[in-house]
Design a binder for this molecule. Structure first.
Ligand code: URA
Length: 237
């Protein structure tokens, strides 16, 4: 547990610049564990710290780990060009903390997207060495056939990959619907694998990462939630 001055604590939590945070404190807008504190130099242990800023409670979090139910027509890139960025779906406070998507979903893909401001976590989760299975529901333009499923399980060659890529599992869920589980996270992987197998992905949804299922989080499209330790543990391969 570390002791930090209140202005630094507020800034670390994304409430604004140090100058702005000092002004908030001096104006009496900040309480710490229920008591107003107007001295920005006062220091506190950050463990179990509950701040109240403008009457809203905020539990100190060293890092943010979030799950978002990404809707279609939002971009994961830092500089979105054709659609709004996924960050616009989160409170502004999180942008101050430089929250970023963990990996990417295409602008037209919906479903579970992790977001965090913890660099090593983002890096570890996005590493190609980390084999966390990801579950997708892919709608197909042409009917799903046994041959398509067999091909995706056996492996399909993408033009810029040294070896064929295989689905970890692949099941027909409807005439035009596949559930496909992938371990790798290559660029447009589901869409490119389907195209290489002679079909076309017309819509894509990610329902699960590791043991963390979107359904269990109960998020409607566009909603987000904090992930706690037991949920993060489900992401370990
Ligand atoms: N595969 C794709 O093709 N697109 C995604 O958004 C995710 C996986």
């Amino acid at each position: 547990m570390s002791k930090l001055s209140l202005d630094r604590i507020l800034q670390s939590q994304g409430f604004g610049t140090r100058k702005y945070c000092r002004a908030l404190i001096e104006d009496g807008d900040v309480s710490v564990n229920g008591a107003v504190e107007d001295n920005y130099k006062a220091t506190f242990d950050t463990g179990d710290l509950v701040l109240t800023v403008f009457d809203e409670e905020w539990r100190y979090r060293e890092h943010l780990y979030l799950a978002l139910h990404k809707p279609a027509n939002f971009e994961c890139s830092r500089k979105p060009s054709h659609h709004p960025g996924v960050l616009t779906l989160l409170p502004e406070q999180f942008s101050w903390r430089e929250v970023q998507p963990v990996g990417r979903l295409d602008h037209d893909t919906t479903g579970l997207l992790l977001m965090s401001d913890d660099g090593p976590f983002i890096h570890a989760q996005s590493s190609p060495k980390r084999h966390v299975p990801k579950v997708y529901q892919a709608s197909t333009a042409e009917p799903v056939t046994e041959a398509l499923v067999a091909q995706l399980l056996a492996g399909v060659q993408l033009h810029d990959e040294p070896a064929p890529l295989k689905a970890l599992s692949c099941m027909q869920r409807g005439e035009h619907l596949l559930e496909i589980v992938l371990e790798q996270g290559k660029y447009h992987q589901v869409k490119r694998m389907l195209a290489a197998a002679g079909n076309h992905c017309s819509a894509l949804h990610r329902s699960q990462i590791g043991g963390l299922a979107l359904e269990a989080l109960g998020l409607a499209e566009g909603e987000w939630c904090f992930l706690e330790k037991d949920q993060l543990d489900l992401l370990v391969p």
